[in-house]
Design a protein around this ligand. Structure first.
Ligand code: MN
Length: 505
């Protein structure tokens, strides 16, 4: 019963919550002094609180049309087991839970299976904000039900500022930190009166608007702590691109946000830790160790080679301090953060296992093929991108033969993308040339240009062109092709290509 009450009152301010009975303190100091990789160490203080910070799961993501469900499932199983092992009290998930606004049933199923598994570990609090990839209504739909299970979710900015404040409690129901949880802010969320007409100035005002929203929340949090007579860490959770942070290609490509880089120096002063999401590479922002992106748990593109991680954050209860012994096992860094420096917060980065290597094999045809052969020998289940500089047709055939030879092996690497660099460069060079006006071209010219792009042999080009002419003639006899219709020219091109493919090559 007490447990249910503690669960129900989890999100109430402590002044209201203290009126209710709290769970009895049943754990020993040794149990509470949990350490990563050092279970024998004990904490100097009773009831510290442990949080896990993660973001950018992108459940349902496809890499070159390849489902990543097995990787996501492996990650979520690992995370739930880890939360149980280190007895985490709260999970902070900083946005981009799903990859798309309309996630698949399977992606949603993984999410709820995880929440159930997390609850079973005894971690009874999860705080989840929407990212720019998330649909606010998809995240919010089960919010009422989730709240009864200790899950606080905000798909979009709530109506009142107070609703973004979440008390984080330890297992005994004692508040240990106050979190300002801010979902991804869209233009309309921070729109201010009389915005500048100049787009650059306007964007700057919007960025300042985002920063101002966080600062306003920090002030409100301090006021609430004062009212409650508590001295606790004030944390922020948000989903945005912080100035000075580094980006990867998957972020620029997938970024559907309109807001630019947000300045964080004042945020770094206002919060004892900022749990950020949006960027896929784990990093601190500028010189602030406590303003941190854990990054995505899976590599989202072939250029994300660095190990993946989650952050473990411990808060000492009621302003107590961790002893020296408690801190020595943590990758302890306190630049810019008063509480980290005072030993009232501690932070550790924990590496996520690699569930499937995501690798690129690039070079000349011979080099690329050798690298792919090496991957097939040494990296089971790898997802592979091949980039070939010259001799692409030969390399393609050899890699295809290799893949076919391993077709029955469930552990085989999978080549997801094959890039002919020479062709790509031809294409890019063409993009720089002035583009001819389509109206000035006959369908036959368009077809010839398309064949040239493919780099086909002269003889094949001539044969395809003859087929194209035949197809056009047939269409003209049917009355289906006007002399200057570009779209019909494309139909004829497809007909010709099909006729040739079916013509016994
Ligand atoms: Mn994002």
């Amino acid at each position: 019963m007490a447990q249910e009450i503690a669960c129900l009152c989890r999100f109430l301010p402590p002044c209201q919550r203290h009126a209710l009975p709290s769970r009895s303190a049943s754990r020993s100091a040794r149990q509470i002094g949990r350490q990563i990789g050092n279970p024998s160490a004990t904490a100097a203080t009773d009831f510290p609180m442990r949080m896990l910070h993660t973001s950018d799961w992108h459940l349902g993501q496809l890499l070159c049309d390849h489902s990543r469900d097995d990787e996501h499932k492996a990650f979520l199983d690992w995370l739930a087991a880890f939360a149980g092992k280190v007895q985490a009290d709260a999970l902070l998930l900083a946005g981009d839970v799903f990859d798309s606004m309309a996630p698949s049933s399977l992606a949603r199923r993984r999410f709820f299976e995880f929440l159930a598994a997390l609850e079973r570990t005894g971690c009874r609090q999860a705080v989840i904000i929407g990212g720019n990839h998330d649909s606010p209504s998809v995240l919010n739909a089960p919010a009422e039900y989730e709240r009864a299970h200790g899950v606080w979710v905000a798909g979009e900015k709530p109506a009142a500022l107070d609703e973004e404040l979440v008390w984080l409690n330890n297992r005994e129901g004692e508040p240990c930190a106050l979190l300002c949880a801010v979902p991804y802010l869209r233009d309309a969320d921070v729109r201010v009166q009389g915005l500048a007409d100049d787009p650059r100035k306007r964007e700057d005002e919007l960025r300042q608007g985002v920063a101002a929203h966080y600062l306003q929340l920090a002030q409100l949090a301090q006021a609430r702590l004062q009212e409650a007579g508590l001295d606790l860490p004030v944390l922020a959770m948000g989903h945005f691109y912080a100035m000075d942070a580094k980006r990867f290609s998957s972020e620029t490509r997938l970024d559907r946000g309109t807001l630019g880089a947000v300045p964080v120096d004042r945020l770094a002063e206002a919060f004892d830790y900022a749990a950020l999401g949006h960027l896929h590479s784990a990093q601190s922002v500028g010189c602030f160790k406590h303003v941190r992106y854990p990054g995505s748990p899976l590599p989202m593109s072939f250029d994300e080679q660095r190990p993946k991680e989650i952050v473990v954050l411990d808060a000492a209860e009621g302003g107590a301090r961790f002893g020296e012994a408690d801190l020595k096992d943590f990758s302890f860094a306190h630049e810019g953060c008063r509480l980290l420096a005072e030993g009232r917060l501690r932070m550790a980065r924990v590496r996520i296992p690699c569930f499937r290597p995501v690798v690129e094999a690039a070079g000349t045809a011979a080099e690329a093929v050798a690298k792919v052969e090496e991957i097939f020998r040494t990296l089971p289940r790898a997802l592979v991108k091949v980039s070939v500089q010259g001799g692409a047709a030969d390399a393609y055939a050899r890699i295809q033969a290799l893949a076919e030879a391993h077709a029955g092996d469930p552990e085989r690497p999978i080549v997801l993308q094959f890039v002919d660099e020479a062709k790509r460069e031809r294409f890019l060079a063409r993009e720089e040339e002035p583009c001819p006006d389509l109206a000035s071209l006959a369908p036959r010219d368009v077809f010839r240009m398309r064949m040239a792009d493919e780099g086909l042999e002269e003889a094949l080009q001539a044969r395809l062109l003859a087929r194209f002419d035949e197809a056009c003639e047939a269409l003209r006899l049917d009355g289906g092709l006007e002399a200057d219709a570009g779209a019909d020219g494309q139909t004829a091109a497809r007909t010709a290509a099909r006729a040739d493919a079916g013509g016994g090559q």
